[in-house]
Design a protein around this ligand. Sequence first.
Ligand code: PLP
Length: 404
Amino acid sequence: MRPIIKSNKLDSVCYDIRGPVHKEARRLEDEGHRILKLNIGNPAPFGFEAPEEIVRDVILNLPSAQGYCESKGLFSARKAIVQHYQSQGIFGVDIEDIYIGNGVSELIVMAMQGLLNTDDEVLIPSPDYPLWTAAVNLSGGKAQHYRCDEEADWFPDLDDIRAKITPRTRALVLINPNNPTGAVYSKELLLEAVEICRQHHLILFADEIYDKILYDEAKHIPAASLSDDILTVTFNGLSKSYRAAGFRVGWMMLSGNLKAAKSYIEGLEMLASMRLCANVPNQHAIQTALGGYQSINELVANEGRLKVQRDTCIELLNSIPGISVKCPKGAMYAFPRLDQKKFNIRDDERLVLDLLKEKKILLVHGTAFNWPEPDHLRVVFLPHKEDLEKALTEFGDFMDGYRQ
Ligand code: PLP
């Protein structure tokens, strides 16, 4: 039989968080090794369980959730999302402007497939959450990476954004709070980004999936609250703040100038209907999740488990000679820098593979996040404090003698 070759649409598509290093970790696990996993933002396996009432709501509704629903999602869930945004000062959004998907991931791909023609460009942060780059490339577009500045608390470099705009630029992506840097953007920064979109007729894609995971009194400002004249597409879901990543529930909200986006909306509606609808039983969790008591607040408060783990992680990383890290104000990741004078790393994937083999600790290399230099790593601080202490002490020992 002739070899079966994958589509060339995938030639420039890459998602290294679950790439070769991840596969090697699975192989080691199959051999019986215990791997300390600081690599994926999946809260539940680390004992961050989903709020009980949302699990109950899904169970209660299971018998009546056997059929398909509307392509955009259940009415009650979309209504709850509209009300949630109203409570954040975002008015004028209709139920029809909400699309529920099998996680934000599905909707990011949908949003790009519906928008991009060959070689259309999208401005994406570097470092990024790499699904954004992958989705743009899969859709025939080109990801133009703009620099986030480590010296400026990882804020986007607005001059770099402006310099990378061309006649083919269609949109700007902001991930706020950010994965992998943990940056939480100020109102000033967001207003300037909105102004860039206004001047250059760009869509603003705001990935706000970590909007409730905030430390040290950081405040999240939804991008959609800052304009009503540019098209803003906001993404959020249950995977992080509600620790229900396996439910695969996310949503996207269109706001701002919808009149100008009539054709794009037709495209999105078609793509949503082609996949019939998202998982119906789990959509029942949305209404319960968004209303009332928010248990995530306890986890990120001063003595809260996630906050304590963040502090432990940052303190330990900064105590390793040659490693420095900006303190994340949101999300569940640290993105430490490795001093190249000390380590001389040329291949950061090789580094994480060496660490995995020698210490059975799993991190993700910085270039997997479309960071251009092999001098950063991403550390997930979801494991218990004791596990983090063990892993990062071992990591420090490993790095002590490491040079490529
Ligand atoms: N956006 C960002 C910034 C993420 O970090 C993630 C997952 O890690 C996603 C989107 C995907 O989330 P979901 O589980 O809703 O597909």
